[in-house]
Design a protein around this ligand. Structure first.
Ligand SMILES: *Cc1c(COP(=O)(O)O)cnc(C)c1O
Length: 396
């Protein structure tokens, strides 16, 4: 008989009842160090006092009023994003897929509004992940996710990630723009080179098309800048954010330049739950922490610390790990043996890690992780690797 909770996930047999910082406790009292952060989402960890009190205080005032009225918390949040990014205007929604949908609609609408209605197609990349709505399944382009869900939504062309020649060849008279993840998360924490991001920006300018960034996973401080594209010194035309944006409260956002945003007039796009007082209070609380002086530098420092530790682990356990990659606190270890085996060993050591494509273990701890906790992550990873290591003779 089917479970009442629809079985669309392969769930680990762990149920958490409480958390504190990077730590989670199961209902039967076991403690885990959380390097998954609810899939790179619980940016401030668990039970963060500032986030908890902001949510509790807002819930006691007003939770939801709809976008028929002004929402001061949303106006404040949008202003803060405008002040700290390339964006001139922000649309709030509820998830990464919805943010990417909004971004795609805005790219098409901007072309329509500037006399190029034939430009509707978006160039995407092999290995991308943009979400599970029908259009974002097509943007993702992964056969496994599309299977059985009928004809894929039209308008998305895929080229190899990192291949500028293929991008230039794919641009045609119907191209509206390019959507790219600065770091492909789900397909295995694969960073685009900074050069590639700059070349994409230049190509968009050359062809008169729009650059859209999916920073749902790489954004909100995850790499040590508010958004990962800032490392390349470029600015997109439009950007999708979600995951860590409200510290685990469901939220997404589309950030846009005025040249794009001005084509979205009243009634042209919407969502019931987007930008509620409660969601925006949570996101404002996250920004209070992430934009505080020194916080992002701390993310960089802790990321470098983990990077060095992962480098040592790869050297020490060649029968388990092939390489490390990533940026800031979005890191991965490519495994030699099946990733699930290493993940299970980590769990035995009280460490929660994610897996991703390309047989990697993915580490995306809460951004508030401390350096001693990073040391503890490395110690547990080492013990997990010792459990998995193959006899020396099997190594060669
Ligand atoms: C998680 C993710 C999404 C989808 O976000 P949802 O909130 O699950 O809809 C889209 N793009 C990227 C890069 C992601 O990591």
């Amino acid at each position: 008989m089917i479970a009442p909770l629809m079985p669309t996930y392969n769930r680990a047999d762990l149920a958490f009842e409480r958390g504190e910082g990077v730590w989670l406790w199961t209902t039967d009292g076991r403690r885990f160090l959380d390097c998954g952060a609810g899939i790179a989402t619980s940016a401030l960890g668990h039970n963060h006092p500032h986030l908890v009190s902001a949510i509790a205080a807002q819930a006691a005032r007003v939770i939801h009023v709809s976008n028929l009225y002004r929402v001061p918390e949303a106006e404040r949040l949008a202003t803060r994003f405008v002040q700290s990014t390339f964006a001139d205007s922000v649309f709030f929604c509820n998830s990464g897929a919805e943010a990417n949908e909004g971004m795609t609609k805005m790219m098409r609408r901007a072309m329509h509004g500037s006399g190029k209605p034939e430009r509707t197609r978006i160039i995407c990349f092999e290995g991308a992940f943009h979400g599970r709505t029908l259009a974002m399944l097509a943007a993702t382009g992964n056969e496994k996710y599309l299977e059985g869900f009928g004809p894929p939504v039209e308008g998305f062309d895929h080229v190899p990630f990192g291949n500028m020649n293929a991008v230039r060849e794919a641009v045609g008279p119907e191209t509206a723009g390019i959507i790219v993840e600065p770091i492909q998360g789900e397909s295995g924490v694969r960073p685009a080179s900074l050069r590639f991001l700059r070349d994409l920006r230049a190509a968009c300018d050359e062809f008169g098309i729009l650059l859209g960034l999916d920073e749902v996973q790489s954004g909100m401080g995850r790499t040590g800048k508010l958004f990962a594209h800032q490392w390349a010194g470029i600015e997109p035309d439009v950007l999708a954010a979600a995951k860590g944006i409200a510290g685990g409260f469901p939220m997404g956002a589309v950030l846009a330049r005025e040249a794009v945003a001005r084509h979205l007039t009243a009634g042209s796009h919407g969502t019931t739950f987007g930008g509620t007082p409660l969601a925006c209070a949570a996101a404002n609380a996250v920004l209070d922490v992430v934009l505080a002086p020194g916080f992002l530098e701390g993310v960089c420092r802790k990321g470098e610390f983990l990077w060095r530790g992962l480098t040592d682990l790869v050297a020490a356990f060649p029968s388990v790990f092939a390489e490390r990659r990533g940026a800031g606190l979005l890191l991965a270890l490519k495994c030699v043996i099946p990733q699930a085996e290493v993940q299970a060993a980590c769990r035995e050591e009280g460490l929660l890690v994610l897996v991703a494509g390309d047989n990697v273990l993915r580490l995306a701890p809460p951004l508030v992780i401390t350096e001693p906790e990073c040391e503890e992550v490395l110690a547990r990873l080492r013990r997990a690797a010792e459990r998995c290591r193959r006899p020396a003779e099997a190594v060669a």
